[in-house]
Each structure stands twice: as C-alpha cells, then as structure tokens.
Design a binder for this molecule. Structure first.
Ligand code: M6R
Length: 589
C-alpha cells in the first residue's frame, strides 16, 4: 500500500508534496515523510501519525528546494516508527527513495548489502532499494543505469521514486505491478501513485505500464522499459471531476459519501447500453463465470450470484480474490473473469487478472476508478461513476456496484429497466436517509456492546455481511453477518442477554422464516434490531424502510446499516474516515 509523490520544477517542492500527501492518505496513514534537495543537500523530515499531525509538529513546508519526494505509509515490513517511515536513504544519505509495494527478495539482497558494508537504519524492505542504487551508482556513476540495474534485481510488486543529491536535476520513477503516473504541469513534473496527488496542478498525465522507468528532468520525461529500450507514450487528459475530494459541509467523508448515494445510484445508471450488451454477450457464452473481488466488492459479487441465477438462470461463482488462485482452475479454457473493484488497484484482484490473462482468459471489470490498473488490464470495463470515494469504508461504491449488477442481470434475463423500478431508486434512497436521526438514537443504545450479529436470507445475506463489515472496520466491534437460518447451527451459542442482532427482514418470501429465527434469538436474550418494511412486536428497535420493488430492496437495505456503523463509531469517539490498521486501496497481496 502507501502513497508516493515526487516533484521537479520551478515551484517550492515541499508545498506541492504536502498537498499531494494529504490526497494520498487514503493509501495509508500511519506515518509520513518527505525530502527535498536544496543547496546540494538532501534534507528529510518524517514522523508518525497522519500528515496534518506531522506537519504541525515538523513544519514540512519549510524544507526548501524545487525537487523532492514524499510518502505516506501503511506498514508492511517493520513497525510504525520514525525510522521505518519513508524516505529512506543510502549510507551516505545522498540518495533518497520512497516506495510503495513489497520487495519479496529483500532479505537476500539485504544480506549481500550488509556483507558489502552497507548500514541499515530501518526494518523495512524498502531500504534495500536506496542501498542497491548507491552500490550501482558508485560503480556506473550514472543514475539511469544504476536504477535500471536495481529495478531488474527486485522481486515483488513495487513502485518507487529516487532522487540524487549529486544531481538535483532528475527524479526517477520505477513501476512494476504497483501504480505510478506522471503529471505534466506548466512549471514542473510530478510522479505519483495516483493522479489525485497532483490533479490541482495539471490534468495531463502519462500512465506508466508495468516494468517501465521514467527519468524526469525539468526539461521533459524519458521512459524506458526494464530492458533499457526507450518508449513513446501518449499523454492522457484526465477528467477534472476526480479532484472533487472536499468534505463539503460534512464532518466526515464517510457521512458525505453515505448521503451522496441519492445521486450516485442515479449516476451508475448512466451506462452506454451497447457496452452493457457487449458485457452480457461475452459472459453469456462463457463455460464458467468467476467473480473475483475483495471486501465490500466481494459482497457485491455475492449479490450478482444471487441475481444472475434467480433472474437469468446464469450461474456464477464469486471467489475472494486472494483465494482464487488456490481454488479456481483457469487451465480448462472457456472461463471468464468478472473483476469487481472500487479502486481498480487492489493487488489481490490484479494478481488474479494478470494470471488469468496469461492463460488466455477474458477479463471484464466493474470498477470506479477510470484510470486504474484494472481498467487498463481488462478486456472491457463498466464504470460505476460514483466519483472519488475517500472514506476507507466502501459505501456509495457498493450501492453503485449493485446498480450495475442489476442492470446486467436485467439485460441477461431480457427484462426491462423501466419495469424494474431502478429509475426510482434515488427517491427511495432519499427516503431512507431521512431515518438518520432514528438510527443515531439506536446507535446510542448499543454502542458499548462488544459483539453484533447481522442476519438475512437470500439476497439479504450479502447485505448482512456488508453491515457487519462496516461495523467491524469503522467501530472496531466484533460483528458477524450470516444467513438467518444458519445461526442455530452453532452461532446461537454466542447469543446472550442483550446481544444485539440486526435482523434484515423485508416482507417478502423470506419474512416468516427470518422472523422465526429472530424469535429463537430473542428467546435467548438477544436484542432484536429489525430492519424491515413491516413492523413486528418482536423487534426491540425498528428501522422502518419504505416498501419498494422487492428486487430493489437490498440496495436500500444497506444504507441504514452504513448509518448505524457510522453513528456507533461516532459514539465510540473513533474517526470513521481513517480506521486503524486499514487503508483505502489495498495494493499489497
Ligand atoms: O477497491 P476495492 O473495491 O477492490 O477494495 C476492496 C476492499 O479492500 C474494500 O471493499 C474494503 O473491504 C473496504 N474497506 C470495505 O469497506
């Protein structure tokens, strides 16, 4: 994970890097640092905590110079300490690097470097990059050649940027399996993990492909492959809308994004219908259809399984991306992959996609970030159009993914969108959001509980999983989502006096059976939080949803669960936007 940014140009590097770091914090926020070169000297500042806290303490912007690199960290190797924060330097501290990803052969390389006399100051895998560059720079006296040699020695998925005290006129970036993009500004150039880091300065970008190196000077950019061959790459004009990342009047991005669902479910409907047709035709003829995704996107995949099967009699197999290569058989031909991802940068998903494509399989994506690696590596992508999602918890991206899945299921089944009620979804979302105050009251009754259960049947089961995931990641409360009928096969033993159970119980064909399960739990002391369009006396607390087309109901059903998790988090005085130990984009396997 982690976010990196570099700048070379006419402006003060530190100010640009600081703003870029704030934009990249979604990639990790346990520590951060930056360095610039001024008067032929590399100067570094780094600290533990979020970028703003570090800046307050260290005043990052008083680093002078107009070349620099910066990093926001999500720890993989080595604890969260100042020593492990980036940038890392060579022994002489005249070469500095920032790195995103993991170096799989770092132990072996470190041993060799230590034998050569290099001194390590951190526990990270990243530091080997600085020392290796130092070793080859000493040998070749050439920055480009040194970095090229190092890039070819490293194993794993990585992107890094390096600067050299002896040559403050170049910034070098390297990409292998982790994103790196170059921004072309009027008065300077940028290198970053994501265009968001520099979108305030330029909308012109060059996306590096795998195994490419960019040598960036004040005069221009040269791009080489790992074989040392120069390549010409086109400049992409990036949509400015991606820069809309302010909280507006909201206290947290998470709440803003929950509320935005009124608009985002509508934006998701905005699809090129020819592309939807093409997507459907491609998957209809496949021998097997696998959905690969992680976390919330996987829950959307479970909903796809349910809907495709129920409406179109098309059987698909959702598999958690990190498990896929231990499970799915790609070699028998005729299978296709549907990859679902908000960021399009999730390493576990990209790993499957790359392996599948190597074996000749077609990959179709449902994705939010239009400039992501997943889009570039898929045969066809549908965009969920929900705008940047900054809160670590996926909220609006989930409902938008569901909308696309519904569109696909309807198309596969030959049903009309007009009859489905999808066009009224935005209105229903608005109605559900009006329940905010009531949900906040419920949150105040239960926020001190240590365990929560979420149950639902059929299409409500993926929503139960999603509700539980929101509570775990935001409020740090143990929560489990499960099929309502499964509870009595073991988990019922955990229900005690006062255990809150969120029962997803719309008045559909699942209603009476789920109600029976709620009664079993209540008889053992559970507090039942009913989420339904029909009141029942069994509920201790009740979230009354509007009656809508039963097909659409699961999409609105998740919104009270997002609000419940949000308000429980607030009651527990935690920061919902930056939950501990997590990052928005999980770019390591
Ligand atoms: O960007 P992606 O959709 O591929 O991300 C997948 C998961 O990492 C993500 O959904 C994660 O589980 C969220 N924090 C859930 O809220």
């Amino acid at each position: 994970m982690c976010g990196i940014i570099g700048y070379i140009g006419e402006e003060s590097a530190a100010t640009i890097l600081l703003n870029g770091l704030k934009r990249l914090e979604y990639r990790g926020y346990d520590s951060a640092g930056m360095c610039t070169i001024d008067q032929s000297k590399i100067q570094i500042k780094k600290g533990v905590g979020k970028v703003d806290e570090i800046h307050k303490k260290l005043n990052l912007t008083n680093l002078s110079g107009n070349i620099g690199i910066a990093h926001t960290r999500w720890a993989t190797h080595g604890k969260v300490t100042i020593a492990n924060a980036h940038p890392h330097t060579s022994c002489k501290e005249d070469i500095a690097i920032v790195h995103n990803g993991t170096i799989e052969n770092y132990q072996e390389l470190k041993e060799i470097l230590i034998k050569d006399g290099h001194n390590f100051k951190s526990e990270t895998d990243s530091e080997v990059i600085a020392h290796l560059i130092e070793k080859f720079y000493l040998e070749y006296k050439d920055e480009e050649k040194a970095v090229l040699t190092v890039a070819n020695m490293l194993k794993g998925a990585f992107a890094f940027a390096a600067i050299f005290q002896k040559n403050p006129n170049i910034l070098i970036g390297v990409r292998k399996d982790s994103p790196l993009v170059i921004g072309i500004g009027k008065d300077g150039y940028f290198l970053a993990s994501d265009i968001l880091a520099f979108i305030d300065h330029t909308d012109r970008a060059i996306f590096l492909d795998n195994q490419e190196i960019a040598i960036v000077s004040r005069k221009g950019v040269k791009i080489l492959t790992f074989n040392g061959l120069e390549v010409n790459k086109s400049i992409t004009q990036v949509a400015w809308e991606v820069s809309d990342v302010s909280k507006k009047e909201f206290k947290h991005f998470t709440l803003k994004e929950i509320k935005e669902q009124v608009y985002t479910v509508r934006a998701a409907l905005n699809q090129d219908l020819n592309k939807i047709d093409e997507f459907c035709n491609k998957i209809k003829n496949a021998k097997r259809i696998y959905v690969v995704a992680c976390g919330t996107s996987y829950h959307a995949g479970l909903m796809a399984k349910h809907l495709f099967n129920k409406l179109a009699k098309i059987y698909i197999e959702p598999i958690i991306a990190s498990e896929f290569l231990h499970y799915g058989d790609l070699t028998d031909g005729g299978s296709v992959i549907i990859a679902i991802s908000q960021s399009g940068e999730t390493a576990d998903v990209l790993n499957v996609v790359r392996e599948a494509r190597k074996q000749g399989l077609k990959v179709f994506a449902i994705v939010n970030s239009v400039s992501s690696s997943l889009v570039r590596e898929s045969d066809l992508s549908l965009f969920i159009n929900c705008g940047p999602e900054i809160g670590v918890a996926a909220t609006k991206s989930f409902t938008s993914q569901l909308v696309i899945i519904y569109l696909l299921a309807l198309k596969l089944a030959g049903l009309s969108i007009e009859d489905s009620g999808l066009l009224k979804l935005s209105k229903y979302v608005r109605e559900v959001l009006k329940l905010e105050d009531e949900i906040q009251k419920i949150s105040l009754k239960y926020y001190n509980n240590g365990d929560f259960y979420y149950v639902g049947r059929g299409p409500h089961f993926p929503i139960a999983l999603e509700g539980a995931l929101k509570l775990k990641e935001l409020a740090y409360i143990h929560a489990e989502g499960m099929p309502a009928g499964e509870l009595k096969h073991g988990t019922l033993a955990l229900i005690n006096d006062g255990t809150p159970v969120v029962v997803l119980n719309p008045y559909d064909e699942t209603y009476f059976e789920t109600l029976g399960n709620a009664a079993e739990m209540k008889a053992r002391g559970a507090k039942i939080i009913g989420v339904s369009d029909r009141m029942n006396e069994i509920y201790d607390d009740f979230i009354h949803l509007p009656t809508v087309n039963k097909l659409l109901y699961p999409i609105i059903e998740v919104i009270p669960l997002q609000l419940l998790a949000y308000y429980i988090t607030i009651a527990r005085k935690q920061d919902p936007d930056y939950p501990r130990n997590l990052a928005k984009s999980v770019t390591v396997k």
